[in-house]
Write a protein that binds this ligand. Structure first.
Ligand code: GNR
Ligand code: NI
Length: 176
């Protein structure tokens, strides 16, 4: 099931997500909804908080349109190591539609996590995978990629999205 995305400046995006306590069928259904929502958007990653669920769960698929799907379900991730080299990527976020900015992060990370079977795994990532993992893990801590750019640019983006939310409130906001 495709779920509605939480968009800036919704304060839900600033929540710190809680660890997943058990990897069961309900959690796998949630992960499947996240993948469906991410593919539909389309995006290459999605954190649970972006559909309003404050759990330490994220999905990633970097496969291009002409490649077979390569879904990763990443539960309770911890960055256990990162390289010294920085890398700069132009990032975007499904919760901040149509805004892109360069962000510098460690070029390589090692992440320990549970997979969709609850099995402990470790992933060494570089390139876009390293950037995407760090972007998603930031979401679990209530951090957005605009927190890594200048305050001037960030304030401009937040103001623009505040105005958009005022002019055209989301249906869920109209209801309350
Ligand atoms: O779809 C996405 N693309 C992207 C591009 C560069 C760096 C990070 C990302 S993640 C983003 C989807 C998203 O908002 N995940 O939280
Ligand atoms: Ni994002």
């Amino acid at each position: 099931m495709i779920r509605p995305l939480v968009i800036l400046p919704d304060p839900v995006l600033r929540q710190v997500s809680k660890p997943v306590e058990r990897v069961d069928d309900a959690l796998r259904l949630l992960a499947d909804d996240m993948l469906e929502t991410m593919y539909d958007a389309p995006g290459i990653g999605l954190a649970a908080i972006q559909i309003g669920v404050p759990l330490r769960l994220l999905v990633i698929d970097l496969a291009k349109d002409d490649q077979p799907k390569a879904p990763h379900v990443v539960i309770n991730p911890q960055i256990v190591a990162h390289g010294d080299e920085p890398s700069v990527y132009e990032e975007g976020c499904l919760s901040i539609p149509d805004y892109y900015a360069e962000v510098e992060r460690p070029a390589t990370v090692t992440v320990a996590y549970l997979d969709r079977d609850g099995k402990e795994r470790t992933l060494q990532a570089d390139g876009l995978m390293a950037t995407c993992l760090q972007h998603e893990i930031d979401h679990l801590n209530g951090v957005l990629f605009i927190d890594h750019i200048s305050k001037l640019k960030r304030d401009m983006v937040v103001r623009k999205f505040r105005k958009l939310a005022r002019d055209k409130p989301a249906p869920s906001r109209l209801a309350v």
